[in-house]
Design a protein around this ligand. Sequence first.
Ligand code: GLN
Length: 195
Amino acid sequence: APKVGVLALQGDVREHLAVLGALGADAVPVRRPSELAEVAGLVLPGGESSVIDKLSRLFGMREPVRERIAAGMPVYGTCAGLIMLADSVLDGIAGQQNFGGLDVAVRRNAFGNQNDSFETDLDVPALGEPPVHAVFIRAPVVESVGANATVLASLPDGRIVAVEQGNLLGTSFHPEVTGEHRFHARFLDRVRATS
Ligand code: GLN
């Protein structure tokens, strides 16, 4: 099986490594360009996007990740990882940058106050039954989707929380903390198809 990585600068790296391992993948933490060069796909974890951004620049990872995304490497981003993948970020901190690649605009911390964190069962037609038990933790929302990206799931009020574009997949929520493996399996399918 091809080796895959989890960007391990900040965030819930271990949870992603555990899901990928449970699915039979050879999954490793990725912190340096030399480690990135050895993986056929990359997960961008949840955490704090402004910190992941700063550390990715500090570790010389920003340009190598951008190049691999442009070259078609499969990437799955959850929450902060989705923010890093979006072409446009609303409500970022001053100077916040992202990797980009996904033709969407996301808003950080879009669910205010008492709704800061919540769980719900989410219908994801592309994954079939059962619905996804989705955990949102200071989650972003996808405010607009460009012509190149596809919506995979929305909340009942219409807010978009899962998107896909070619080899790029992003969710506002955290399947890695609930035993939900289907998004990671979808990512691994892309890795197998491209490597
Ligand atoms: N609010 C965080 C950010 O802006 C994302 C939260 C998360 O990944 N659970 O990066």
